[in-house]
Design a protein around this ligand. Structure first.
Ligand code: LLP
Length: 418
């Protein structure tokens, strides 16, 4: 079954018409497909099982991509662990039922409280991003009388050829420890009380469309693991990060069979547990933003479609200039196309979803689906312009249900005082 398809000219998610979703929950609204989440998770799992059946694998879902607890629970029930970057994400993942032993903690700026919790809960590993953080973690662990299980996140100096704002593995990016300094810092860590070295981690960027940058990073990691072994430091886990690209317009999604073959060739022979941190690959194509047209505004210079979703609901186009396909929910019979700039109502010139969309003239109230919005959509939303957070709806076959209510105005003000 296709996840998104037109039936009698109406766009459906699985077996539910988006007109029905709009009627019941209002717009704008995030709408997800349970099947799409399951299928994308299975794509990763099946490729790895097929090519490296003997390997011990942890698929640690990068919770930041789409953080609703129902989504985390769904993936947890399928066997996923979690890659977290804050105490808030730790809270969510635990509430969703993910066991501590399947949680990895990434991020350049973990607070003392976050570190303390991670140590107390004995999570799988804390990915350390600097020697300063290492010293702090050792101190906190000593005070607790415990050992912190750590991995060094190394920066392999690889340009993943992705958007500048989501590349993370180049020299000069704030992430990770320079790979040339890694051995010295591992040796230092090895002699510190309170520290138990368990692994190595990388994450070279997001929305990476080619296998090649991964291959280059894996070669460097494999070399590091061998050299550490010679120094008497044996690792248990290799965390290859996330970043697996998907299709927004013409780019090809990462072929997981191809990636699994590269993992088999370069990482599996190191006989460690292999951890992956996919976010976008699992969530991206699993959700849309359903929005309606407020006004078609015609000026001498341009035609604008002003929709009820805005940059605070889906920030990617305004932050990264990212392209998301926008589909009409009702296929138009009029075949004459006009060119539109599709914009939100927020008071910012940059509140633009698409610049040159060709479509038949829509009418006030017509519905649109902003596609591939399941990752970094709801999780990056804000209340800017005092716009409440949108509801999130999950579709499962013919069923649909709220997994988050629309924020009320009272809730929006709940933490404020005067
Ligand atoms: N692991 C670490 C340490 C990360 O920093 C990230 C994402 C991931 C895993 C998951 O990466 P993914 O598989 O989703 O590519 N807001 C941006 C993306 C930022 C990614 C941040 N880190 C966007 O909307 O494109």
């Amino acid at each position: 079954m296709q996840i998104y398809n037109y039936k009698e000219d109406i766009l459906h998610i699985e077996e539910v018409a988006l007109t029905k979703i709009a009627l019941q929950y209002g717009t704008p609204v995030y709408c997800y497909s349970k099947k799409a989440f399951k299928d994308s998770y299975k794509t990763i799992e099946n490729s790895l099982k097929k090519h490296i059946p003997e390997a011990d694998i942890l698929i640690a879902y990068a919770v930041k991509a789409s953080s609703n607890i129902a989504i985390i629970k769904l993936l947890s029930d399928m066997g996923a662990g979690a890659d977290i970057v804050s105490e808030g994400e730790l809270f969510r993942t635990e509430k969703a039922g993910i066991q501590s032993k399947n949680i990895v903690f990434s991020g350049v700026g973990k607070t003392d409280i976050e570190i303390k919790k991670a140590i107390e809960k004995e999570i799988c590993q804390i990915n350390i991003e600097s020697k300063e953080e290492l010293a702090n973690i050792a101190k906190i662990a000593q005070n607790l009388g415990k050992e912190a299980k750590i991995a060094l996140r190394v920066n392999p100096d690889i340009d993943a050829n992705t958007h500048d704002k989501i590349a993370t593995g180049r020299k000069g990016d704030k992430f990770g420890i320079d790979i040339d300094e890694a051995i010295a810092i591992y040796k230092q860590a090895n002699s510190m009380s309170g520290i138990k070295i368990v692994g190595v981690a990388i994450h070279i960027g997001s929305q990476i469309a080619k296998i090649e940058p991964f291959r280059r990073a894996f070669i460097k990691i494999a070399d590091l693991v061998h050299r550490l072994k010679e120094e008497g430091i044996k690792l248990k886990n290799i965390d290859i990060g996330g970043g697996f690209g998907i299709t927004y317009s013409s780019e090809k999604a990462i072929d997981f069979d191809e990636l699994a073959i590269v993992i088999k060739e370069l990482i599996a022979p190191l006989s460690c547990k292999i951890i992956l941190e996919p976010g976008r690959f699992i969530a991206g194509n699993s959700g849309i933003v359903l929005t309606k047209l407020l006004y078609a505004k015609h000026t001498k210079h341009k035609n604008f479609l002003i929709i009820d979703a805005a940059m605070n609901d889906l920030a990617r186009p305004s932050i990264y200039g990212a392209y998301h396909p926008i589909l009409p929910v009702k296929k138009a019979s009029d075949l004459q196309l006009k060119t539109y700039e599709i914009v939100g109502p927020v008071c910012e010139t940059g509140d633009i979803f698409a610049r040159n969309e060709q479509m038949p003239a829509p009418k006030h109230g017509d519905l649109f689906a902003i596609m591939v919005s399941g990752a970094y959509g709801a999780s990056m939303a804000s209340n800017y312009n005092s716009r409440p957070f949108l509801p999130e709806v999950m579709v499962d076959g013919k069923e649909h249900f709220l997994i988050r209510k629309r924020q009320s105005f009272f809730d929006m003000l709940a933490q404020e005082e005067f």
